[in-house]
Design a protein around this ligand. Structure first.
Ligand code: ATP
Length: 604
């Protein structure tokens, strides 16, 4: 038998067009051909298991070999093989018509990145790197004749009988001049390592098995111990610290999804840790860009997701709209929330110990996903400046008696920098107030979210008011000064501060409170923060002005107004500058003068 024929497609010159489109992703030809070999092997195994293949299975590994002199790469399997008729049907018609369809769909598109995503062109992708491709194959079916097919990627092919005696297929690629890099064994090694590492059939290259055919995620969770999960983590990320915990995904319906997601110990450099989740389809590596499939807030997780239901051959915008992708995304969100809830309920101490690492995910998730918020509000922890952790509910109960203001609002006090704001924290503690520590990058958004979700709750940064004003009560405040004395004190401050923009506020605070507190109101600061994060020019010229809160009941103030004018002024100046100093607001020449003046006073 010898036959020449025309591949039945309508578009001439498919090859150059596809080659151009797939330019950035040439290496996937190996993934496609090795997975075809694996599929053929598994089909045979299944037939054998069903009793439909009575012969010996023998050694079923797939072999990849490179012959640099001959300029060829060969992929050999001992799977079901093909008859000449099947080659004509599956390769000439189906594989090539898939390629035609691809061109029809995308020939007018210009953005190649958007088009490709990861378009599985199957067998045809061999032509991205080859000038000629040969198939030498013997079907498993009794009395089959081996067939040999050769094609140069044009629409013409040649098929004849062959003397191949072993069951299975041997695909030989004659590597094209512009793709000689693929004849380097190190290159082939790294491609196999990337895409074929967990294929379900043994793959041999240069005398070694390069894959782990039954990776952890394909096993039942009940068969696995903690050590197995940790060992697999190390297999994926050899240099990493142990993960905190993991989630084994195992869904059959309404979509199919397996995998293991690990919570890593977070590093300062978050970006470095992104893109660590690998996406597989039936154990074939597809990509480590899992955006859209994994919720944004879980992008820092590590691990593996395997789903044959994720469309791999469509563009990104398709992926976003795909129903299965959406379902998988929300399933992962739900699983993560359930796992965290379980950890919290079963081992609160362990959960608290991990909170610094988990907190970021939880808060980010609560901000970005409504459904996650609803579950996480029960286990999300708030940490105070003494490092005590409580749930939102517990915290509410704890502060309710003391931190409810006159309008029945619960005031959550927080610090974003316990060192810089120590003086305010101490003042608050003296009043039995509790101060939360909200000092991570997402905390300003997180508290905004809590404020909008929780009823009658207000967050106030500890330095946004004088301590007495933070939580306004109905108790009348008595002034120890007369109206005239108050005016006198105000005048003195105005003179000393000497800046029309600075607001001076007289308040009747406790005698042992600070005489002067410098604050920036919560409202002003949030406006400024918003302007900074949104980059809006609307607030461009927005300048943060501070307020000087004068405690008219402090003995120092009474002393200053009773003293001779120059002396009183000096006292006020010293008090005001101490206030500035405690906030790190006394700087430059003023600071130098302040230090010099105080030094001199010591000498005198
Ligand atoms: N090594 C092989 N052994 C037996 N049959 C094969 C082999 N390689 C390819 N085939 C047959 O050729 C068909 C076309 O292969 P091709 O890779 O183009 O598409 P596919 O594997 O069906 O889908 P995909 O686009 O996902 O790769 C296969 O479905 C299979 O029937």
């Amino acid at each position: 038998m010898q036959e020449k024929g025309n591949i039945s497609i309508h578009t001439e010159n498919i090859f150059p067009i596809i080659k151009k489109f797939l330019y950035s992703d040439h290496e996937i030809f190996l993934r496609e051909l090795v997975s075809n070999a694996v599929d053929a092997t598994q089909k045979l195994k299944r037939l054998a298991a069903l009793g439909e293949y009575p012969g010996e299975l023998g050694d079923t590994k797939v072999t990849v070999s490179v012959n640099k002199e001959a300029g060829t790469i060969t992929i050999t399997d001992r799977g079901i093989g093909m008859t000449a008729e099947e080659i004509k049907k599956y390769i000439n018609q189906i594989a090539f018509s898939g390629a035609t369809e691809f061109i029809e769909k995308y020939k007018d598109k210009t953005d190649t990145n958007q088009i490709i995503g990861h378009f599985g062109l199957g067998f045809y992708s061999a032509f991205m790197v080859s000038s000629n491709v040969e198939i030498n194959t013997l079907s498993y079916q009794p009395n089959s004749k081996a067939a040999h097919w050769i094609c140069d990627g044009s629409t013409e092919f040649e098929i004849k009988l062959s003397d191949k005696a072993e069951r299975g297929s041997e695909i030989t690629l004659h590597i094209a001049e512009d793709s000689l890099e693929f004849l380097e064994t190190s290159r082939i090694h790294s491609i196999l390592d990337k895409y074929c590492r967990f294929l379900p059939v043994e793959i041999e290259f240069e005398g070694e098995i390069i894959n782990n055919p039954s990776p952890l995620w394909t096993k039942q969770p009940s068969e696995l111990k903690d050590e197995d999960y940790i060992a697999f983590y190390k297999e994926l990320y050899p240099m990493s610290e142990d993960p905190l915990f993991w989630i084994h995904l195992n869904v059959d319906y309404p979509f199919s999804l397996t995998g293991v997601l690990y919570f890593p110990k977070l590093k300062k450099d978050f970006e470095f840790q992104r893109n660590k989740i690998q996406l597989y389809s039936r154990q074939v590596f597809i990509t480590d860009e899992v955006k859209d499939i994994v919720p944004e807030f879980l992008m820092l997780l590590h691990g593996v997701i395997d789903s044959p239901d994720i469309p791999l051959n469509v563009s990104r915008s398709f992926l976003q709209a795909d129903g299965n992708v959406k379902k998988i995304n929300s399933h992962i969100t739900k699983k993560v929330a359930d796992k965290l809830n379980e950890l919290f309920n079963n081992d609160r101490a362990g959960f608290e110990a991990k909170w610094d690492d988990i907190g970021m995910f939880v808060k980010y998730g609560m901000i970005s996903e409504e459904k996650f918020y609803d579950k996480a509000k029960n286990f999300c922890l708030l940490k105070n400046t003494d490092n005590a952790l409580s749930t939102i509910e517990e915290y509410e109960q704890k502060i309710k008696p003391i931190q409810t203001d006159k309008n029945d609002k619960l005031v959550y006090l927080y610090s974003n920098n316990a060192v810089a704001q120590d003086i305010f924290i101490q003042a608050a503690k003296k009043k039995q107030y509790d101060v939360l520590l909200l000092d991570s990058v997402i905390d300003s958004h997180f508290l905004g979210q809590l404020e909008s979700k929780l009823e009658k709750v207000q967050f106030k940064r500890i330095d946004s008011e004088s301590v007495d004003k933070l939580i306004e009560k109905d108790e009348p405040k008595l002034s120890l000064l007369t109206k005239e004395q108050e005016t006198q004190a105000e005048e003195l401050f105005k003179k000393v501060v000497n800046n029309g923009k600075v607001i001076i506020k007289l308040e009747h605070l406790a005698t042992d409170d600070m005489p002067v507190t410098i604050v920036i109101s919560e409202f002003m600061r949030r406006m400024k923060d918003m302007a900074a994060t949104s980059g809006q020019s609307m607030f461009g010229g927005f300048e943060l002005t501070h307020e000087v809160v004068v405690n008219t009941n402090h003995p120092l103030i009474a002393k200053a107004i009773a003293a001779p004018e120059a002396e009183g002024e000096q006292l006020i100046k010293q008090t005001y500058q101490l206030g500035l100093l405690s906030q790190g607001l006394l700087q430059g020449a003023e600071l130098s003068a302040f230090i010099e003046r105080n030094m001199n006073a010591l000498v005198k």
